[in-house]
Design a protein around this ligand. Structure first.
Ligand SMILES: [Ca+2]
Length: 217
């Protein structure tokens, strides 16, 4: 079971949307009832569905929450079996983070199936494909709209992008990012966070999707 890291120092301010966890993660999901489960217990409440289907090959995206006994609750399930496209969920954050000292993305990913020509994102000319990915859309200190991402995949088909990790088949894997406030240029505002997959085919799950934010005022 994933346990949130305690903030090292007394936290000031009030993490938006997470009033009961002042020294624990900002909750991206809408269920605040448990300090250990922040993931899809309220279905897709608080999320916007990301359902990207090319006109020529719309495919058949599945984007749903489902009970998963080993996780003790509900998880996000996304799947696709044909054509090239993306599926997942977005959460609009729209948070000024200029005073934040530490900001990390965490999630649990599980991959059951994936199909594509750029799984693992090794070919920088193509959009990275693979089982369980997160993408942070943010505005940097220069006012530029920028994206940071991380991905989990089972079997790279074009090498492994440094922002990707290979994970075992059919196994929940935890990921916590480095401190994104150390990116240069610095983050100024978090706009949207997306948990998704992209490719010709995929079958993946997510749970405990969170941001840790320290120093928010
Ligand atoms: Ca859950």
């Amino acid at each position: 079971m994933f346990r949130p890291r305690r903030a090292k120092k007394q936290q000031v301010g009030h993490p938006i949307g997470c009033p009961t966890f002042l020294s624990e993660p900002y909750c991206l999901t809408a269920d605040f009832s448990s300090s250990e489960r922040h993931g899809f217990e309220d279905g897709l409440s608080g999320w916007t569905v990301y359902d990207q289907k090319p006109a020529g090959s719309p495919g058949n995206n599945t984007i749903e929450t489902t009970a998963w006994q080993a996780r003790g609750g509900d998880v996000l399930h996304i799947a696709r079996t044909s054509g090239g496209g993306g599926a997942g969920v977005d959460q609009a954050i729209a948070m000024d983070v200029t005073g934040v000292s530490d900001l990390r993305v965490t999630y649990l990913g599980y991959v059951n199936y994936e199909d594509g020509g750029n799984i693992g994102g090794g070919n920088a000319r193509w959009f990275p494909e693979g089982g369980a990915q997160v993408r942070v859309f943010y505005t940097d200190a220069n006012g530029q709209a920028t994206e940071w991402y991380h991905g989990m995949c089972m079997t790279p088909t074009s090498g492994l992008d440094p922002n990707f990790q290979q994970i075992p088949d059919n196994q929940w894997t935890e990921y916590t990012s480095d401190n994104l406030m150390e990116l240069d240029p610095k983050l100024a505002r978090i706009d949207t966070v997306r948990f998704y997959s992209f490719g010709w085919g995929f079958d993946a799950m997510f749970d405990d999707c969170n941001l840790f934010i320290e120093g928010y005022e």
